[in-house]
Design a protein around this ligand. Sequence first.
Ligand code: CAA
Ligand code: FAD
Length: 384
Amino acid sequence: VLTQGFSFQLTEEQVAVQAAAREFAQNELLPGVIERDELQKFPAEQIRKMGELGFMGMMVDPKYNGGGMDTISYVLAMEEISKIDASASVAMSVNNSLVCWGLEKYGTEEQKQKYLTRLATGEIIGAFCLSEPEAGSDATSQKTTAQDRGDYYLLNGTKNWITNGSSASVYIVIAQTYPEKGHKGINALIVEKGIPGFVIGKKENKMGIRGSDTHSLMFTDVKVPKENRIGEDGFGFKFAMSTLNGGRIGIAAQALGIASGAYELSLKYAKERKAFGKEIAQHQAIQFKLADMATQIDAARLLCLQAAFLKDQYADFAKASAMAKLFASKVAMDTTVEAVQIHGGYGYVKEYHVERLMRDAKITQIYEGTSEIQKIVISREILK
Ligand code: CAA
Ligand code: FAD
């Protein structure tokens, strides 16, 4: 699928972005990552610094305060941040690819000036609210309603599992306006924190990415001004699907980072730990695990870069991003399980990081469309 113009050689700018992200992750995210996971502490200060470095609005046009970078740079940075802290990287992914990208592509100039200019710098962060208690994979079955009341929408309903749920200032909320029109009657609305009737519900106590704040959100007779609708009347579901195509590249890169982080730790450990008079890296069973990890990770990286490249070329990238997410999330799961194995008993305790990476890996097979949903997306594209 790679089209003309694809190069295996990164540009100087891409290498610099990768190096900056690696350095930031080592210096600013690694200290305290175990404690934040244990205490379920959102990395607020770190996210603020990531904003200052341009990581929260990487692909946004500089005229809206963004970094003006390409999607390949975004993949490289996401991988580096995710090697160390997948809770920070999910906040980064949602803000970059679900909130900023959607607003820049489909928002009005007023919406961009009012919201995007601050989201792109990380001064404020955003959330993307599609899932509901009874509408996860089956996303067209929206129960949240946005009734048209002339100059405003009356928003009622509950959203579930919202990343950046309490930390965000701006929420993109998907809701049904014309139930008789099915998915063509859905709208996407920008909702500000603090508006009357909007209540942030309980924080989920999760297996992994425990530093990220995942909340349910309740809307009761919330009056959302008409000018806060994104796109034409009834465009909300297409908006969500189109935005998720890009989001899946971010999550694929997150999965890649979790895998490569676990691999790097395993490689180092295998050269240090001795058993039966030699380093465990000298035992073929361990060598083969490392060989499998390295091969799978390279394949996952190529799929991520392919999807990013196609997006940057304005080509159709829905299938490529679904493939990248499907594959990279499996690699994340498989690699982290083996990383714990290579570390033996030490892998089972927190200080060695790999048990956290294993817990963090699982979510990449669930959010932004489960692996089963990615297969639906891929097979529909293949068969159409
Ligand atoms: N790109 C563009 N358009 C798409 C699309 C895609 N990938 N997938 C579907 N569409 C369009 C279809 O073309 C169709 O439009 P038309 O009728 O105009 O042709 C419309 O959307 C409805 O599609 P379907 O008829 O295929 O609807 P469906 O109900 O059979 O299935 C689905 C749709 C692909 C399963 C979809 O519901 C889906 O993607 N579900 C998963 C939801 C999801 O990914 N949620 C993630 C929430 S955000 C999140 O998780 C963030 C986080 O964790 C950090
Ligand atoms: P279901 O849809 O109930 O799926 C249950 C199982 O059935 C899965 O294995 C699924 O693959 C399978 N299944 C369902 N339909 C089919 C089918 N047609 N064919 C084959 N198998 C099928 N959502 C947001 O909108 N915004 C967020 O910021 C966000 N962040 C999240 C953060 C976390 C930590 C978590 C856990 C979730 C988050 N989500 C978010 C929600 C996430 O996108 C959904 O959980 C996901 O889409 C799956 O929906 P569900 O949980 O309702 O599972």
